[in-house]
Design a protein around this ligand. Structure first.
Ligand code: ZN
Length: 373
C-alpha cells in the first residue's frame, strides 16, 4: 500500500456516516460519565458537609421531641441534649445522624473532654432528667478536687477576718526550735517585755515538750515549721507536705494545747525544692485557714561563717530598710545557733532606740510573702 492509498482510506473514514455515529456516541457517553462522576463527588462532599453542619434530627427514644433546629450543628445538638440531662450514650441512641459513624466519633471525642463519670452516665437512665444535670455538675466538681483535700480533717485553722496595719513594727521570728538555746532567748524577751514568734519543728521528747509549753505560756506565738525539716521529702508532694505539717501541728498541740494558725514553710514558701509545687501548697494551706509568713529581713544566722557582727548588722540594717511598716525578721533558735542568742539583746536595744516596737505575729498581720504571682 502506497502513502497516497493510506491517506485516501483515512480521509474516507473521517468523511463517513460511521465516523459521525461513533463520534456522537463517544461524546454522549463521556457526558454521562462526567455527570456520574460529578454527582458522586458532590454527593460525598455534600454528605460530609451535611454531617459537619449537622442536619440531624434529635428525637429521644421514647418519642419525646426536643425543640432543636434541623439546621443546628452537631455541637449545638449535643449541647442542647447534654443541657437536658442526656448522657453521651443516650444522645447517640436518640439521634438519627446523617452520618452516624461521624456522630459516634464526635460523641466519643466529646466524652473524652467532658468529665462525666461512669456513675453519672449510669444513673442518668434511672433518675429524672433535671436532677441529672445537677448531679453531673456536682460530680464534675468533686472530680476536679485533689484527693489531699480530704487528708487530715482536723488540720484546719480559723482564717483571719481582719487585717491590721503595722507601723514601725518588728516581728522577731525564730525557726527550727525549740532547743537548749530557747530558754536564753525567752529570758531576753521577758527582760524587755517583748513577744515574738516561734516557727517550731516540735518533737515528742519530754524536754522539747516542756520548752514548747514555756514558749506558749509566756505569750509568744507558735507557728508550724517542720518536724522532719527534710526538704526533699516534704516537697515531694502535697500529701507529703501535709503529713509533715500535721505531725508538727499535732506535736505543738499536744505539748501546749494551742492550735497553731500560722505556718512558715521550710526554706520559705517559694524555694529550690518546691518550684513545681508551691502554688498547690499555698492554695491548700490557705484553703485550710492557715496564714503563712516568709520574711523580709534575714539575720543570715544559718549561713556558714555567720558571726555576731554579721547577724547584728543584717538585722539592724535590714529593719531600717523596710518601708512598709512591718519587718518580719528571720532568726533561728536551734541548738547550733548560740551566736544568734548572743545578738538578740543588742538587736532589741538598737531597734528600740530607733523607735521600733516589737510584736508577735498573728493572722491579722498582713503577711509578708515571697510570692509575686
Ligand atoms: Zn527551718
Amino acid at each position: 500500500m502506497t502513502k497516497n492509498t493510506v491517506f485516501g482510506v483515512i480521509s474516507m473514514y473521517f468523511g463517513s456516516v460511521k465516523f459521525f455515529k461513533r463520534l456522537i456516541l463517544t461524546v454522549f457517553w463521556s457526558l454521562v460519565a462526567a455527570a456520574v462522576v460529578l454527582a458522586v463527588v458532590f454527593g460525598i462532599l455534600y454528605g460530609r458537609a451535611k454531617s459537619r453542619i449537622g442536619t440531624v434530627s434529635a428525637e429521644v427514644s421514647d418519642g419525646e421531641k426536643l425543640n432543636i433546629s434541623k439546621d443546628a450543628s452537631i455541637d449545638e445538638i449535643y449541647s442542647a441534649l447534654r443541657a437536658n440531662g442526656y448522657s453521651a450514650e443516650e444522645i447517640l441512641d436518640c439521634v438519627n445522624s446523617y452520618d452516624e459513624s461521624a456522630f459516634a466519633s464526635y460523641i466519643s471525642a466529646k466524652k473524652d473532654v467532658t468529665p462525666v463519670s461512669e456513675t453519672t452516665v449510669a444513673s442518668e437512665t434511672e433518675q429524672t432528667r433535671t436532677s441529672d444535670v445537677a448531679s453531673a455538675e456536682t460530680v464534675q466538681t468533686v472530680e476536679t478536687e485533689p484527693e489531699y483535700m480530704a487528708l487530715f480533717p482536723d488540720l484546719y485553722a480559723t482564717a483571719p477576718t481582719e487585717e491590721i496595719e503595722s507601723d514601725n513594727t518588728v516581728y522577731l521570728t525564730f525557726d527550727d526550735g525549740p532547743s537548749k538555746n530557747t530558754p536564753d532567748i525567752l529570758r531576753i524577751l521577758d527582760k524587755y517585755d517583748i513577744k515574738a514568734t516561734f516557727f517550731m519543728c516540735g518533737g515528742d521528747d519530754e524536754y522539747t515538750k516542756m520548752l514548747m509549753k514555756q514558749v506558749a505560756d509566756r505569750g509568744h506565738t507558735i507557728g508550724v515549721h517542720s518536724i522532719t525539716h527534710d526538704y526533699e521529702k516534704i516537697y515531694s508532694s502535697v500529701d507529703s507536705y501535709l503529713e509533715d505539717m500535721n505531725n508538727t501541728y499535732m506535736s505543738i498541740y499536744n505539748a501546749t494545747g494551742v492550735k497553731p494558725q500560722l505556718i512558715r514553710f521550710p526554706g520559705g514558701s517559694v524555694n529550690d525544692y518546691n518550684k513545681g509545687l508551691y502554688r498547690d501548697l499555698i492554695t491548700e494551706v490557705t484553703r485550710r485557714g492557715f496564714t503563712y509568713f516568709d520574711w523580709n529581713v534575714s539575720g543570715e544566722d544559718a549561713v556558714e561563717g555567720a558571726t555576731w557582727t554579721t547577724i547584728y548588722n543584717n538585722v539592724t540594717e535590714g529593719v531600717q530598710g523596710i518601708s512598709n511598716g512591718r519587718a518580719v525578721v528571720l532568726l533561728h533558735d536551734s541548738a547550733d545557733k548560740y551566736t544568734t542568742v548572743t545578738t538578740v539583746e543588742d538587736i532589741i536595744i538598737n531597734l528600740q532606740a530607733k523607735g521600733y516596737t516589737f510584736a508577735p505575729l498573728d493572722n491579722t498581720v498582713k503577711p509578708v510573702t515571697f510570692r509575686i504571682d
